[in-house]
Design a binder for this molecule. Structure first.
Ligand SMILES: [Zn+2]
Length: 138
């Protein structure tokens, strides 16, 4: 038997897909992003919780500091220079800032923040619109 808990986080950010991409998402545009992190484990703590939902707020703090109201841009996107020079918020990515890659980035943060001998990250889901999203499973 396994317990699975989740928490959803929301942030606003712009991105564009500059690397090897020719569709309409090559244009800079914004989304209200939703991130859902699922944690799993086989045993509960002394409070009979996998983890207190309040403890998941540290990931919200990381999202707010790094992704919220930022431009999420691939490191070789020429727009990086303009955003940096104009003093706007930017989060530079190693790959195209797709839902898949944002999920990958948040997964590594969730693992760093929450994993221990009792708790594992089961998956991270990222939705950039109400109809499209990606999930990554470690
Ligand atoms: Zn988009």
């Amino acid at each position: 038997m396994k317990y699975v808990i989740s928490r959803t986080f929301k942030f606003e950010a712009a991105h564009r897909l500059w690397k090897d991409y020719t569709g309409k998402c090559i244009n800079n545009h914004g989304h209200s992003w939703l991130i859902k992190v699922h944690l799993e484990g086989e045993s509960l703590d002394e409070k009979d919780m996998l983890i207190d939902f309040q403890e998941l707020k540290v990931l919200k703090a990381w999202i707010d500091e790094n992704l919220d109201h930022a431009s999420l841009l691939w490191e070789n996107d020429p727009m990086c220079q303009y955003i940096k020079a104009s003093g706007q918020r930017i989060y530079v990515t190693k790959k195209n800032p797709t839902s898949e890659h944002i999920a990958e980035i948040v997964l590594s943060e969730a693992i760093r923040l929450f994993e221990n001998t009792r708790i594992k990250v089961q998956c991270v889901e990222v939705n950039e619109t109400c109809t499209t999203g990606a999930k990554i499973i470690p």
